[in-house]
Design a protein around this ligand. Sequence first.
Ligand SMILES: NC(=O)c1ccc[n+]([C@@H]2O[C@H](COP(=O)([O-])OP(=O)(O)OC[C@H]3O[C@@H](n4cnc5c(N)ncnc54)[C@H](O)[C@@H]3O)[C@@H](O)[C@H]2O)c1
Length: 430
Amino acid sequence: MARIAVFGAGYVGLVTGACFADLGHDVRVRDVLPERIEELTAGRVPIHEPGLADVIERASDRLSFTLDAADALEGADFAFIAVGTPPTYSGDPDLSAVWTVIEELPAATRVTLVMKSTVPPGTGDKVRRALDARGLGDVVYVSNPEFLAEGTAVRDFMRPDRVVVGAFEPEHVEPVAALYEPLGSTIVRTDVASAEMIKLASNAFLSTRISFINEIASVCELVGADVIDVAHGIGLDPRLGPHFLKAGLGFGGSCFPKDVSALKQLAGNSGYHFQLLSAVIEVNELQKRRVIQKLGKHLGDLHGKRIAVLGLAFKPGTDDLREAPSLVIAARLVAEGAEVRAWDPVADARHLLPDVTFSASVLDAVRDTDAAVIVTEWPELADLASAEVRDAMRTPVIIDGRNLLDPEAARALGFVYEGVGRPGPSETAR
Ligand SMILES: NC(=O)c1ccc[n+]([C@@H]2O[C@H](COP(=O)([O-])OP(=O)(O)OC[C@H]3O[C@@H](n4cnc5c(N)ncnc54)[C@H](O)[C@@H]3O)[C@@H](O)[C@H]2O)c1
């Protein structure tokens, strides 16, 4: 069994550390946030990720947390970098946390440094040169991008579709690949630049599918087709498959928007104009704003109207608010002069949306509102179209941004219901 250091106790680092400890390795996770390390040391899990607390508890004998980089690295065979690489104003990712980790490696470190953070192709080369310049030629560098999704992170880590391991020397691949062997998945052995590119291209392609089906949804609305049936019919073609063909309010989260932008900028920096990705980004931006148009269609001027925004996390199963469509929609509604009431079962957006009122229950959020918008398809919202909710609302208008509800059932109960890409009502609630 190996000694593993993990840098970063966020969604990726904590899951990676806990799961490797669960597989029998001795893991020490390092973060720079004292409160995060304090919480973890006290046995509390600072993020909402289903199943993670159980894994951490089960593996607690082999899992520890520290603020000290040297402490984490002591005796380590592998050091995984899982720090954040958020977007910058230029659209390129901010790699400063990655560089801090490289600078923190003590002199004479001999470890296999494994890059799990998402970084643009070319980063591995730069890290290699920086390591050599620091006299750390004995440090082996391997790229091992992560494909887990928040909300299913533990399952995704333990049952990956594939594991990608890229190295400068083919013999450096195997020790890292061996860590994943118990998981029994296909291992893609490649070079560093290709491993880096696989990650960005995967997220860009998934985002492209989402923007594609959202454009189809907009056309469906104009021609009276139903995007749910259309997506079903498309997805049965084995060349296309059914995944990521759900029309909605667009993609958000800490990865898709940042990685699409990173790939677009990387191409631009290298002299290539990646037109397709520009469209993917633009469609995604407009998709969130279409909600405002739909509300306006039913309510007229939104000034003074009271709107419930239901679901704030960028997707169900997580408390992550990074690039969440809810933030744009709520801010746009406030800018239109609407009074916004928000509800989410786990995400706390009070610091991000100061002009919004937060409700502890769905019923509280919709009470005396002129419309409710489903932004995140939390299971709690599946029975939103009820007589109780209808009677609580000032006007029973539901804009279902995730096509969560059955339109016929909602309309039968007296709601004015509008989904995304589905035949809609022509009447207004005014
Ligand atoms: N979140 C996802 O679903 C997901 C999936 C696949 C890949 N990724 C990629 O993985 C990386 C991490 O993402 P995340 O969502 O876990 O980020 P995160 O923001 O949740 O966690 C990053 C953690 O790193 C810590 N950190 C910063 N500098 C540090 C340092 N010098 N040493 C140790 N810790 C440090 C931060 O305090 C934070 O706790 C990113 O590159 C992201 O693109 C994320």
